[in-house]
Design a protein around this ligand. Structure first.
Ligand code: PNS
Length: 165
């Protein structure tokens, strides 16, 4: 049976930290679906289509990764994909409480679903999409924070006219 995992998130935008988790999880499962979902607690900077297209661009070289978007509950999406494992990246202890609650709730909603946590690579432990957006908007350098192939798009969206910084 094909082992399918889903890596859900807002990906607003995808960062090098996300990409690191995607690359590592893709080595463990037969298929990894990166699912762009809405987080009701956040107002995204990028549209759903933009987030999907950036993810497709940066994962294009990984043959067993698919990217999709879904509006609704993660566990409903998992059912449509016949996937039983949720992948989550943990950067620091501060992520744990929220992620623990999500994992418990999703497991309660569907006891067949397991959440697998992967520790983020140490060099990305400080990195978040929110930080990338703030740095981009206020004129800082995001070159080593997001994949090169989406750098210009992120800077443009932040009103930086695509300057390669
Ligand atoms: O990258 P994020 O913003 O931390 O991702 C959070 C996300 C999108 C995975 C989470 O908000 C989510 O699963 N949204 C879909 C709706 C849902 O299933 N909520 C969980 C209810 S227990």
């Amino acid at each position: 049976m094909e082992r399918i995992a889903v890596y859900p998130g807002s990906f607003d935008p995808v960062t090098n930290g996300h990409l690191d988790v995607i690359q590592r999880a893709a080595c463990i499962f037969d298929k990894l679906i990166v699912a762009v979902l809405e987080n009701p607690d956040k107002t995204p900077m990028f549209t759903q289509d933009e987030r999907v297209s950036m993810l497709k661009k940066v994962t294009g070289g990984i043959s067993n990764v698919e990217v999709e978007h879904f509006s609704g509950l993660l566990i409903h999406y998992m059912n449509t994909k016949n996937a039983k494992v949720i992948i989550k990246g943990l950067r620091a202890v501060s992520d744990f409480e929220y992620e623990f609650q999500m994992a418990m709730l999703n497991h309660k909603l569907n006891p067949e679903i397991e959440t697998l946590f992967m520790m983020t690579n140490n060099k990305y432990s400080y990195l978040s999409s929110s930080a990338v957006k703030q740095i981009a908007v206020y004129g800082g350098c995001i070159k080593e924070l997001v994949p090169d192939s989406i750098l210009t798009q992120v800077l443009r969206k932040a009103g930086r006219n695509g300057g390669a910084r």
